[in-house]
Ligand binder design. Structure first.
Ligand code: IPT
Length: 268
């Protein structure tokens, strides 16, 4: 059997780990996976057509998609089942997504419990539904504690953007006590900026990431982060696709995967 995976940039750590998990699980189940990488969500429609022409029997879509675009892709693929990995809970499609709100809460509450109040936010690209959900989650968690972030900036998920935005956050007269970062790669860049300025992490600034991609335990210092279990997500999405027969006729099946806080040494 052949499955298709439409994915965002595989040079990013999280999508590449998801693709790896999908490939591995499919291999164990005797299925092959054709991968199509898109640079822009608008290219998804062409990718669906291309994979359908190659007779895939199920499609996974790991591209941040607005509800309407996801719904129209699902309609295009009928009768082939499609499972979306980066959509909002409002999209009327089959989805398996990590709980962004829970993740944002875990990070914010961890910093609040450590006594930090001057907290800066480094969000992901606001074109991404998950980046928006994480930012909204942080703002609401801080709001519930009666706090506002001391600054809010936005990167593009890359370590380079984390480095650049990190320097921006460290340029003011008063340093933040902590920074919530929307992914581990940007947190890596932030910690590099801190090191360049001689600012101790976690002594002077605590840093929390998001993803727990496999290298994050080897950062300096090892990163405290919100773990999204990518291997598990890959496994479950392959199993779901292989189990589908008439999913096009069924109501959308929506699974929200819980996330966990991994406390390492970038927070104190
Ligand atoms: C999300 C990652 O958290 C982020 O680091 C970035 O790689 C992004 O993907 C790329 O789209 S994980 C996604 C399943 C919400």
């Amino acid at each position: 059997r052949t499955l298709g995976l439409i994915t965002t940039d595989l040079a990013l750590h999280a999508p590449s780990q998801i693709a790896s998990a999908v490939k591995t699980r499919a291999g164990e189940r005797g299925a092959s996976v054709l991968i199509s990488m898109v640079e822009d969500p608008q290219q998804c429609l062409a990718a669906v057509q291309e994979l359908l022409a190659q007779r895939v029997e199920g499609l996974l879509v790991n591209v941040p998609l607005e509800d309407a675009l996801a719904e129209s892709l699902q309609a295009q693929a009928v009768p082939v089942p499609v499972l979306f990995l980066d959509v909002t809970p409002n999209a009327r499609v089959h989805s398996l997504v990590f709980d962004a709100e829970q993740g944002a809460n875990l990070g914010a509450e961890h910093l609040l419990a450590l006594g930090h109040q001057r907290i800066a936010l480094l969000g992901g690209p606001q074109s991404s539904v998950s980046a928006r959900a994480r930012l909204a989650g942080w703002l609401s968690a801080l709001g519930q504690a009666g706090l506002e972030p001391c600054s809010v900036v936005q990167g593009d998920w890359s370590a380079a953007s984390g480095y650049e935005k990190g320097h921006q956050l460290l340029a003011g007269a008063i340093l933040p006590q902590a920074i919530l970062v929307a992914n581990d790669q940007m947190a890596l860049g932030v910690m590099r900026a801190c090191a360049e300025k001689g600012i101790a992490v976690p002594g002077q600034i605590s840093v929390v990431g998001f993803d727990d991609t496999t290298d994050s335990a080897w950062f300096t210092p090892p990163l405290t982060t919100v773990r999204q279990a990518f291997r598990e997500a890959g496994l479950r999405s392959v199993e779901w696709l292989l189990a589908q027969q008439d999913s096009a006729k069924e109501a959308p099946s929506q699974t929200r995967l819980p996330v966990t806080l991994i406390e390492r040494h970038s927070t104190a």
